[in-house]
Design a protein around this ligand. Structure first.
Ligand SMILES: [Zn+2]
Length: 251
């Protein structure tokens, strides 16, 4: 068993020059990778990647900072895309009060609408939450039938416990940063069978490549850090986190 990258954006124009190489790296080194949409166009690009490569899967949805223009028609199109056989979840959806403080109510409305959509199409969700942990958890708790991944989990262990029955927690490059003390503590306490690994490529590049463009194959550095924090073998981290990813995405 190999690692999986449960969250990346390989459709980004930062891979325009060498996307085929990135895809070869994934094919040669990972079990699979999941490309995540953040608006309608990136959702379509995610499906194109998944259509062309058996090791790629797609997630479709509208990110909280891209909700301008979200309407019935767009939602219908998303719902149609969600029916594609390689679409494994709805996302990334959620709340972001860091970049957008003024539209909290609009963000909540669109978040709930996409949770309803996930319920209709019977798929899990990929959650983005930034500076909004409390409101995000409150809304997720309104939908106890929905399962998913909280991507790049920013909260505490205590917050994680509140939704741990339904959610996995995505750990990315931030865990390798020097100032990640709070996250290290959360990851040390959250059981391994609730963790999945992600790069969020091209963003959040782990040490020792911090500052450069990220690659999905860098999941290895994240897995090694988790093994170190939890004092378990690298192989166990690989096996359990990949099984977790397969389970939640239905792969
Ligand atoms: Zn992302």
């Amino acid at each position: 068993m190999k690692l999986a990258d449960t969250h990346c954006h390989i459709d980004s124009d930062r891979y325009d020059e060498d996307r085929e190489n990135i895809l070869k790296e994934i094919e040669g080194n990972l079990e699979f990778a999941v490309n995540i949409g953040y608006d309608l166009d990136s959702s379509k690009r995610s499906i194109e990647l998944a259509d062309r490569h058996d090791f790629m899967y797609a997630v479709v949805g509208v990110h909280p900072t891209d909700i301008k223009g979200y309407n019935d028609e767009l939602e219908d199109q998303l719902e149609e895309l969600a029916g594609h056989p390689k679409v494994v979840a709805i996302g990334e959806i959620g709340l972001d009060y860091h970049w957008m403080k003024d539209e909290k109510e609009e963000q909540k409305t669109v978040f709930r609408r996409q949770l309803e959509l996930a319920k209709r199409v019977n798929k899990p969700v990929v959650i983005h939450t930034r500076d909004a942990t409390h409101d995000t958890l409150e809304i997720l708790k309104e939908y106890p039938e929905i399962k998913g991944i909280v991507h790049c989990y920013p909260g505490s262990y205590e917050s994680a416990v509140e939704i741990m029955d339904n959610y996995y927690f995505g750990v990315g490059g931030v865990i390798t940063f020097k100032n990640a003390r709070k996250l290290v503590e959360a990851v040390s306490k959250i059981p391994l069978d609730r963790l999945v690994i992600e790069t969020d490529s091209p963003y959040l590049t782990p040490t020792p490549f911090r500052g450069k463009r990220n690659h999905p194959i860098y999941v290895e550095h994240i897995a090694r850090k988790i093994a170190e924090i939890k004092e378990i073998s690298y192989e166990e981290v690989v096996r359990v986190t990949t099984e977790n990813a397969k389970k939640i995405y239905g792969i």
